[in-house]
Design a binder for this molecule. Structure first.
Ligand SMILES: [Zn+2]
Length: 462
């Protein structure tokens, strides 16, 4: 099967020009003006942008949490992602305490196999790292799982101590893996949370009020210091506040290899959403929590100045009914997470490009190119070039729609961005040369997604 996309206004992280794109099977084979070759299929992209497929490096599909499971699995999650122009995700396998990373990897491969509709990679969450198992990290890197997530929060469940973090970091100096950090001081937060609950403060708003920005900034600072001592890069996940952002910016000014992502929820929502009546605040319970509104402008500024390099979603959906409701009497029992895998490009385009906060190129860089580079998938993914996978989005900059749970494709009964009008959306989406979404219709095949073996010593090391 061959496809030609005519009159494409090609937008990559660096370029903006008009040409035709010729696709043979799953790869881009030629890019040029007025290509003469005949293809099995022709798409006219006049008046639209063609961008590399979005890459969301932070998702939690089919993930157990607090006695329940995130409501999108690899099928519904990757399909919803595609509707919004995201064609690659990196999800998290979780090594449960007392088990091996190999067991976790096999478990997550089974979750994805026969289900994923587009390509996916996996990070490994390490919760338990006795010295005898340090070598397991090398095995993961050889399997293409070249990034690891560690938690400085959730004591007794996911949190690891500084010695474990430092040992893991030193190991990545050998194997080229990248440490991703959930940076919040979990021990201090735990004390604050217990006191609040003892005082009967159990509504969703207390989820936000018990996790101060200082707890995030302290942990970001510590994570960066540990990485500096180990001589390795570090990647801060879901950065939410200006205090934390300042620590990353300071480190980068010194030349430390510190990287950070933020998520649409921190750019568009605030702690006021946690205070919505009738327990609706529960829809916005995730960590780090939503912050005061003024942080939003600082995060946008960080995206512009490259103190922040990536926008991911931390997509971790739980239905309001029966799942979020588990915490009706006590916010600590509300499953932590929110849905967003479908809306990332739309929100960043409308709130960023249309509002003149970021350029078209920067939009692509934040949502595709830099994620591909940092996580060892470039130039196979993240750009439009000869030899790259034909993961392409034909983006219509003029279509408008209102984000709503009534029309979204995620398997969850609410939207965090309900009622938000956005201009610009994915119109036709290709994954390795297959058209998987066309004008609002699903055309992909369940299970066609492939596991991506990612390279070690990716862009974060350079
Ligand atoms: Zn997460």
């Amino acid at each position: 099967m061959s496809t030609v996309i005519k009159n494409a206004r090609i937008i990559t992280g660096e370029q903006d020009y008009t040409a035709d794109i010729f696709i043979e099977r799953d790869k881009i084979s030629t890019i040029g003006m007025n290509l003469p070759m005949l293809a099995d299929r022709m798409i006219d992209a006049r008046g639209k942008y063609v961008i590399p497929g979005g890459i969301d490096v932070h998702t939690h599909l089919d993930m157990p949490f607090g006695g329940t499971t995130s409501s999108d699995d690899f099928e519904t999650g990757t399909r919803a992602a595609a509707f919004g122009g995201t064609t690659t995700i990196i999800d998290f396998a979780i090594q449960a305490r007392g088990t091996t990373m190999r067991e976790a990897l096999d478990t997550w491969w089974k979750k994805a196999e026969g289900k994923a509709c587009s390509d996916y990679g996996l990070h490994m969450i390490i919760t338990d790292l006795p010295d005898a198992h340090l070598e397991d990290m090398n095995e993961m890197v050889r399997e293409g799982v070249s990034s690891f997530k560690l938690f400085m929060a959730y004591p007794g469940v996911l949190m690891v101590d500084d010695a474990t973090i430092f040992k893991a970091m030193r190991k990545t100096a050998e194997n080229g893996g990248l440490i991703c950090m959930h940076a919040e001081n979990g021990s201090a937060i735990d004390v604050i949370v217990r006191k609040a609950v003892a005082e009967g403060k159990k509504a969703p708003i207390y989820h936000g009020l018990t996790r101060p920005t200082t707890a995030e900034a302290e942990a970001v600072n510590r994570a960066i210091a540990l990485a500096e001592m180990a001589g390795v890069p570090v990647y801060i996940v879901h950065l939410s506040s200006n205090d934390a952002l300042e620590r990353v910016a300071q480190a980068r000014d010194k030349g430390v290899l510190a990287y950070a992502e933020t998520c649409p929820q921190y750019l568009f929502l605030s702690i006021e959403d946690l205070d919505r009546p009738n327990f609706e605040g529960a829809k916005f319970v995730f960590t780090p929590p939503l912050r005061e509104k003024w942080h939003q402008a600082k995060l946008w500024e960080g995206l512009k100045t490259n103190s922040l390099q990536v926008v991911s979603t931390d997509h971790c959906p739980f239905c309001f009914k029966e799942q979020k409701e588990l915490g009706r009497e006590d916010f600590t029992k509300i499953p932590n997470g929110g849905p967003g895998i479908e809306n990332r490009l739309q929100l960043l385009y409308d709130g960023g490009v249309n509002k003149d906060r970021i350029s078209l190129n920067r939009w692509v860089e934040l949502t595709s190119t830099t994620p591909a580079k940092i996580f060892g998938m470039y130039p196979r993914k993240g750009t439009i070039a000869v030899g790259s996978d034909a993961d392409l989005v034909i983006w219509n900059p003029t279509t408008e729609h209102v984000i709503s749970a009534k029309t979204h494709h995620m398997r969850v009964d609410y939207s965090m961005f309900e009622g938000t009008r956005v201009k610009g959306n994915a119109e036709t989406v290709l994954s390795r040369g297959d058209i998987i979404v066309d004008k609002g219709q699903w055309q992909g095949r369940t299970g066609r997604g492939q596991f991506i073996k990612r390279d070690a010593f990716g862009g974060a090391w350079k």
